[in-house]
Design a protein around this ligand. Structure first.
Ligand code: HEC
Ligand code: HEC
Ligand code: HEC
Length: 477
């Protein structure tokens, strides 16, 4: 009897000694791997962990420029030598939810573990199954991150993690429907809407009391998407929001460019209708905490077309071209061919109207400037939506100067959008340089220990920005 017991106890141990408990020791079911693949798509892992300039999926090596240096994404294929093939499920869970690498070192928050921290054990299990047996191993070393001192001290993240990293996985709120709970889980975790749409505090932490009230993320402004009718998207129906997340546009209201276009192209459009509806149900329940509308009017119903009776307004302006009217002349020369001389767009909506448009009637002018400088580039089942950039990229049709972009923006704002706003050439330069700099860059420059920790966090936000800009420039090129 004793012998048998000893054997029962010893056998698994002996087995473990022979074969370390890694993924390949286990066989995962096809269904589980498929579930993991879906979650990986919802979480957009491939966007960061692939070098889109010819690299293999999940093999890492995407350089992410940040205020303090370049961070490289890592190889997360199951390669045992160069990837995460030796990660146990517990190590994988810690990397994804806590930002702690297999060897115990802290990850930079360029890896969005703060959002992923809400993932349930069940979903981590499915993700693990997918990464171990659904992703092809790539036996290639991804280039390593090499930050200057003191940014290279990974331990400096520990303090911030203690303050701001959530340590709880999602728990259903029994007073809410199952659909709402599923939506909250996805919106706050995998799909991480708040990463971009929630303003950040002094330490770059998301300000939960101002959840989804709008934030600048690189050159683009991610608007208020709370359920407020004036400041947010409270005037949208459930189906409106689902349509926008699936296609990236809502006629006569909004189009997705920049990082939102990318999130839709890679991730949101691939979610099932029940999941998109769940996200919409949850988002539509989030109240606004701050009134931000500078015009006192919703950004979706401002402005009107040029006066159709006089017709061809652009041409009149061109004839009187001088001073104030330069914007109109630039419009006629560069934009009217697609958006129409009166900014009315085309009837099929492919080229949108520039009035009744969130980009020209927002609370700030950043998305007008960004649209002109970076254009629009989005891939969905509806096809490829493309507006060329005018910012001087290799494929710019006609590079415009800061003064020209300011003049053109002011023309659009005054005639079609939020007439209370004015753009200066200095504003344009800020957006051209990637968006308003974080005050944390200053801390980083001071180079103190605390500064380093803060800067790490700035990276998290900055990386999103720059990565997205890079990708956009690449696809456009
Ligand atoms: C916004 C970009 C981004 C997204 C999205 C992202 N990652 Fe990462 N991830 C990174 C970066 C950058 C690193 C390396 C950070 C560092 O070196 O400190 C990293 C590191 C990791 C590591 C540690 C690997 C190692 O040993 O170095 C794992 C595991 C990982 N990510 C898994 C995932 C999974 C799974 C997903 C999707 C659920 C995901 N990541 C989504 C940027 C991202
Ligand atoms: C990577 C950053 C990022 C993430 C993640 C993100 N958004 Fe956005 N979102 C933006 C930006 C930037 C815009 C502005 C796009 C434009 O006007 O071209 C935007 C626009 C929108 C709009 C249109 C609002 C308007 O006034 O035009 C809605 C609605 C929206 N996002 C919902 C969501 C939801 C819901 C999620 C999560 C499921 C989400 N977003 C995740 C960056 C992001
Ligand atoms: C070749 C056609 C074309 C030209 C030329 C063009 N656009 Fe666009 N524009 C588009 C398309 C396509 C979209 C995106 C439609 C969508 O997202 O569904 C767009 C979108 C926009 C938006 C909304 C962006 C957002 O983020 O919501 C603005 C603003 C805009 N264009 C302004 C301009 C201005 C100003 C010019 C001239 C400098 C211009 N466009 C030139 C095709 C064009």
């Amino acid at each position: 009897m004793t012998t048998l017991k000893t054997f029962v106890l010893a056998a698994p141990l002996a087995f473990a000694a022979l074969a370390p408990v890694t993924a390949s020791a286990q066989e995962f079911s096809k269904d589980l791997i498929e579930k993991g693949r879906y979650l990986a798509t919802a979480s957009d892992c491939v966007a960061c962990h692939t070098n889109h300039d010819g690299g293999k999926p999940m093999a890492g090596g995407l350089p992410m420029t940040s205020p303090v240096g370049i961070i490289m994404s890592t190889n997360i294929t199951p390669s045992k030598e160069f990837g995460i093939g030796n990660y146990t499920e517990a190590q994988f869970a810690d990397a994804v939810r806590k930002g702690v690498r297999g060897d115990g070192a802290n990850l930079y928050p360029a890896m969005p573990y703060v959002s992923y921290s809400n993932m349930t054990d069940e979903d981590i299990h499915a993700l693990y199954a997918y990464f171990m047996q659904g992703v092809a191993p790539v036996d290639e070393k991804a280039p390593e991150t090499d930050l200057p001192f003191p940014m290279n001290i990974r331990a400096s993240m520990m303090g911030w993690n203690m303050l701001f990293r959530p340590n709880e996985t999602h728990k259903d709120d029994p007073s809410q429907s199952a659909e709402w709970n599923r939506g909250k889980y996805l919106a706050e975790g995998a799909a991480h809407c708040s990463t971009c749409h929630t303003p950040r505090g002094m330490l770059m932490q998301e300000q939960k009391d101002r959840d989804l009230t709008g934030a600048q993320i690189g050159p683009w402004f991610a608007p208020n998407i709370t359920n407020d009718k004036l400041n947010g998207i409270g005037s949208w129906t459930q189906q409106d929001l689902v349509t926008y997340l699936k296609t990236g546009r809502l006629d006569h209201r909004a189009q997705a460019a920049g990082s939102m276009a990318e999130a839709i192209s890679y991730s949101f459009q691939h979610l099932t209708d029940p999941d998109l509806n769940a996200i919409a149900t949850y988002i539509r329940s989030v109240p606004t905490a701050s009134a931000s509308s500078t015009s006192g009017q919703s950004r979706f119903d401002q402005g009107q077309p040029g006066n159709a009776l006089t017709g061809f307004r652009g041409k009149d302006y061109v004839q009187g071209i001088k001073g104030d009217h330069a914007g109109a002349a630039l419009y006629t020369a560069n934009c009217a061919s697609c958006h129409g001389y009166d900014g009315q767009g085309t009837t099929d909506g492919y080229y949108p109207s520039l009035f009744h448009n969130a980009a020209t009637a927002g609370d700030n002018a950043n998305n007008v400037i960004a649209a002109i400088l970076y254009g629009v580039d989005r891939h969905t089942e509806d096809g490829h939506v493309f507006m060329p950039p005018f910012g001087g990229q290799p494929n710019s049709v006609n590079p415009l100067t800061d003064v020209e972009v300011a003049s053109l923006s002011n023309y659009l704002l005054k005639d079609y959008g939020n007439a209370k706003l004015t753009v200066t050439p200095a504003d344009v330069q800020v957006i051209r340089n990637g968006g308003p700099g974080s005050r944390l860059v200053l801390f980083a420059r001071i180079g103190m220990g605390v500064g380093a920790a803060l800067a790490m966090v700035a990276l998290g936000a900055a990386v999103w920005i720059v990565r997205r800009r890079r990708v956009q420039t690449q696809t456009a090129a």
